[in-house]
Design a protein. Structure first.
Lengths: 161, 687
């Protein structure tokens, strides 16, 4: 089947098999190096992307569902001004993430910034727990999430040049 | 030591992102049975461009050698565990390879496998060691009572971020291999032996290992050898990356341990005699058997001793996957048993757990097995601080009151608080040979840049930051002028195996010594100045509570959910003394992160067994704790001692959390908790 979608601002047209998942397209066809096909059933969170603004495990998304959607992977996110805020939050809390967790955590934090209302602490913790990150202390991860939300709202706004 | 600079990123490539146009994928045809003799192998006809590779295609050594143990690259006549590699299939389309694997047929004469290890024949012993002082039998014969205890530690999966694998490509006259190994020079030597080429013709490029928990100690050498074999035979670059299921089922797991103790103590709680029998399941081939047995021997009674002591340690082979490497290398399993023993003895003697530990603490200058101590154990300092922040004494006394008075004998008191005290030994291997020596080279260039060359895998960006800061402080330069040479074998000296937490103690010391030497020569000699420092493993390096250990005490408080019956942890407190601390920030973060992992392992990560084996779909039910399932963790770090040795702290939570949790569970359930996992009841499917 022919599928058309937007990936990181670019129009993509592909031919997919019925059983293909979004992760097969992004990782299997080398559209994204940050999407990893590790568990294949939505547990590890390392195939995370933003689909129409929401974080999804791309291994659970059938390819046909991507039709006419906008998908943002980490490669697209790092081009945005929001990513600078995420980096500032990481540096503030000295978050040490490996190359596998870094993209997924960034995308989850970006989704927190995109929330229409200010996410509660519980919502921040729930969102950031979507990834099985074993790199850092949970309290630091949550603190960085709260900082990102604050930065987005202009509170404690740092000097971003 | 701490600075306000943001941490740099650990900039290592990933194995899975490597790609090239003519890449061949490699899949492994595995044994369907755990023990047997291969009669025939039938592989379906493969289309042009595809190739099967059998043991007779190997030009050099048919085995890799790890810590003196030989492991077949591909099985020839016999298989020793389910999933053992028998053949390789290489080709451009992974789906077609998978199809061929499913159509392949291996005819085997199946034999009765050995999975259990609490009972074993002498031919299964891979390593054995013993120690005794006093007369245990005489002490038991005159003791008023003797108690028997059994403890079990389960196998655990490392759950590293990326499944294991290797990619291989040709770079002019060299064969380059990218893999996430903790010991790149081991990979190089083993691949060279298998291909029968010079080591200089092989280059290993280190990839990001993630939080590996020691799963990358030797196994990448096997996968790299298989991938390199396929590349050389097919004449094209190859990629052999396991999927998560294969990674779970067929790579190394933590070694399960069965410990049985007999003990007796006087009415004051002083232990008269301990008789310990510790059995470690090494899985197939018995890799690291001697190392684990010696560590277990020195640690069998924890931080305690008795007038009469006998310890027997056995590392036995079985028909499970090769088992062993995990953070702390068998120490967490052994210290779990020792800390449960002291708590059970306290309960039998009706003595407070703190008092029981204090009474039986290993004395200064005491000798126990391989252990020789000169300094006192910082017991009072650590236990008092952790009991203070957790309010342990008051809570324990009140929960104990509830436990003793609860009216329904079939019911449970429902609340518990547990204490554990233990240590992490300095880095290095006990049984390391000359090849395991660690070398670091530091060069101050003409441009006054400091280049550090070491094949050590730092693990995290924070470790790199610490090493740069050590050099910067000694040389008197900004950390920005200090660089690490890219992690590739050839130009770098062999730093030996990088362990989960021990590496920092060795490499930090070598960098420090090299930088001091440069600092002394700097204004007397012209640039460049190059200094190389090597540390060879002492033989034998004590594996017990020696001077230079990091010490810690932990408290876990929990209650039993009255609806689900599962334990709910309310808080974890740690107090740690680790000699000279290079970065308080980093040490604290490491302790909290690893405490979260240790809790996850104890609460959720239990591998269920069917007929002694891991079920084929077990990875789907292997639950890792989510970040929001982790309770508050509080860490007290004793002040850094500037003149003390550098000690790693990363393994401490794995040694302390499980016994503290099991001690709390014993109180909450009013029954001695025998396993280091909290789910299910003892007797239900442990190893």
């Amino acid at each position: 089947m022919n599928i058309q979608f937007i990936l990181n601002g670019e129009d993509i047209q592909i031919v997919a098999e019925a059983g293909d998942r979004l992760s097969d397209i992004l990782a299997g066809r080398h559209y994204s190096d940050s999407v990893h096909q590790h568990c294949g059933y939505g547990v590890c969170g390392r195939c995370m992307v933003l689909m129409d603004g929401l974080p999804v495990n791309s291994c659970l998304v059938p390819a046909y569902e991507v039709r006419n959607s906008e998908v943002i992977s980490w490669e697209g996110l790092i081009q945005t001004p929001e990513y600078q805020l995420i980096e500032i939050a990481w540096q503030t809390h000295k978050l040490e993430l490996c190359s596998f967790c870094r993209p997924a955590v960034s995308l989850l934090m970006a989704s927190l910034m995109d929330s229409s209302s200010r996410p509660s602490d519980a919502a921040i913790e729930e969102t950031l727990s979507a990834l099985n990150c074993r790199c850092t202390a949970p309290e630091r991860l949550f603190a960085a999430g709260r900082t990102v939300v604050n930065l987005k709202e202009g509170r404690n706004k740092p000097d971003v040049r | 030591m701490d600075s306000e600079r943001p941490l740099p990123a650990l900039d290592l490539p990933l194995v899975s992102t490597f790609t090239t146009s003519d890449l061949l994928h490699v899949r492994i045809l595995r044994s369907p049975v755990a023990k047997g003799r291969i009669k025939s192998i039938h592989i379906p006809h493969l289309p042009r461009g595809y190739r099967s590779i059998m043991i007779d295609d190997i030009p050099g050594s048919k085995t890799i050698t790890v810590f003196g143990t030989e492991i077949p690259v591909l099985a020839r006549e016999r298989v020793s565990y389910r999933g053992e590699p028998i053949a390789l299939l290489a080709g451009p389309d992974p789906a077609r390879l998978q199809e061929a694997i499913e159509l392949a047929h291996i005819s085997l004469e199946e034999e009765e496998p050995d999975f259990t290890f609490s009972q074993f024949n002498s031919d299964r012993i891979a390593a054995r060691c013993e120690y005794s002082h006093g007369d245990v039998e005489l002490a038991f014969s005159i003791a008023q009572s003797m108690a028997e205890h059994e403890y079990h530690s389960a196998a655990l999966y490392h759950a590293a971020q990326e499944p294991q694998g290797a990619v291989v490509w040709f770079d002019y006259d060299k064969l380059t291999i990218r893999c996430a190994s903790q010991w790149p020079y081991l990979v190089r030597s083993q691949v060279a032996a298998v291909l029968d080429v010079k080591e200089s013709e092989i280059v290993i490029e280190a990839a990001d290992p993630g939080n590996h928990l020691d799963s990358r100690l030797w196994y990448p050498a096997l996968l790299a050898a298989q991938a390199a074999l396929a590349a050389v035979i097919c004449g094209r670059p190859t990629r052999l990356i396991l999927d998560r299921r294969e990674d779970f089922l067929y790579t190394t797991l933590r070694a399960p341990v069965f410990s049985s103790y007999r003990s007796s103590c006087d009415k004051n709680g002083k232990l008269n005699a301990i008789d310990a029998r510790i059995i470690i399941n090494c899985g197939a081939y018995g890799v690291l058997a001697e190392e684990m047995a010696k560590r277990a021997l020195a640690a069998a009674s924890g931080a305690y001793s008795a007038d009469n002591l006998r310890i027997q340690c056995y590392a036995v082979q079985s028909n499970l996957v090769p088992l062993g490497p995990f953070a702390g290398l068998v120490m967490p399993q052994i210290l779990f048993a020792a800390e449960r023993l002291i708590d059970d003895c306290a309960r039998l003697a009706d003595i407070e757990p703190v008092q029981m530990r204090r009474l039986n603490l290993l004395e200064k200058a005491a000798e126990l097995g391989l252990v020789k101590r000169k300094k006192n154990i910082p017991f009072d300092e650590l236990v008092e601080s952790v009991c203070g922040i957790s309010d342990f004494n008051r809570k324990h006394a009140s929960f104990e009151l509830v436990r003793k008075r609860h009216s329904d004998p079939a019911g449970q008191p429902g609340r518990g608080i547990g204490l554990a005290f233990g240590y992490q030994t300095p880095g290095g291997f006990i049984t390391g040979s000359g090849t395991a020596a660690s070398t670091v080279e530091v060069e101050l260039t003409k441009e006054a840049e400091l280049i550090i060359r070491s094949s050590s895998i730092p693990g995290t960006a924070g470790t790199v930051h610490i090493w740069k800061q050590i050099a910067a402080d000694i040389i008197g330069q900004e950390p920005e002028t200090i660089h690490f040479e890219p992690l590739r074998t050839g130009s770098l000296p062999d730093a030996g195996p990088s362990s989960h937490s021990g590496t920092i103690t060795i490499i930090s010391k070598l960098i420090e010594e090299a930088c001091r030497a440069i600092s002394q020569r700097r204004f007397r000699e012209g640039l460049p100045i190059k200094v190389k420092k090597t540390m060879r493993p002492k033989n034998p390096v004590p594996g017990g509570p020696v001077d230079g250990c990091a010490w810690g005490a932990a408290v876990v408080e929990l209650s039993i959910n009255s609806y689900s019956g599962e334990p709910e942890v309310h808080g974890v407190w740690l107090s740690v003394k680790a000699g000279r601390i290079l970065s308080i920030e980093k040490a604290r973060n490491t302790l909290i992160t690893n405490t979260a992992l240790a809790l996850s392992q104890s609460l959720y990560e239990h591998i269920p067994l069917e007929d002694g084996q891991i079920p084929e779909d077990a990875n789907r039910y292997y639950h890792l704790a989510r970040a929001n399932q982790i309770p508050p963790i509080q860490v007290l770090l004793a002040d850094s001692e500037d003149k003390a040795a550098i000690a790693g702290v990363g393994d401490l939570p794995f040694c302390l959390v499980a016994p503290a949790l099991a001690n709390a569970l014993s109180q909450a359930r009013d029954t001695p908790w025998q396993t280091d996992f909290a789910s299910g009841m003892p007797g239900g499917g442990y190893w």
